[in-house]
Design a protein around this ligand. Sequence first.
Ligand code: SF4
Length: 210
Amino acid sequence: MKDCTINTPVVAISRHRLMTDGAGVTTLVVLHSCPLRCRWCLNPQTWREGSTFQMMTPMQLLTHVRVDDLYFQATGGGVTFGGGEPALRSAFISEFRKVCPRQWKLNIETSLNVAQEHVERLTPVIDEFVIDIKDMNPQIYKAYTGVDNIRTIENLKFIAAAGLADKCLIRIPLIPGFNTEDDRKRSETMLSEMGFTRFDKFEYKTDINK
Ligand code: SF4
């Protein structure tokens, strides 16, 4: 099969994940770069200066992950793209969809804080969007991530208007030192009014004194 020339920086590949990054058995592919600077970031190796990664074409990634083809097909699993912000690599993911087996599920863990063209490219090829919205309140979002959430909200509206809300699991974290249970309820209400129904509510585990 002909490979395309789009390279993407791969930080890590984690195999045999069960029901943590989508349905069935999945392989998590961690991609480099992120526009956010979250205070409690668990993956700073995806954006810190000097972090290491390997450039791969879609076919090269397929060569790495297809060893688990039987697991994916038997369990309804596949590949989950994480990061960092994997939505920045929408062109690569779109090409990967063309070369990987049609039966594989493709999932993405994203903040959606990217240009809308990326989301437009991803909606036809992604089976499940796992979206960490941090908090819908712009002040809380900016205090926690260092950037605004205008693009996140516009992209949520785009997905809802396209009738794809059921493809989305929305993560609404309780963020120590940044939001409260009441803030989180307000976020959930806003998202429900937009048409989203599937939420994952949890608390970031962190050392608030560090
Ligand atoms: S979006 Fe994820 S990778 Fe990026 S800074 Fe926040 S926690 Fe870290």
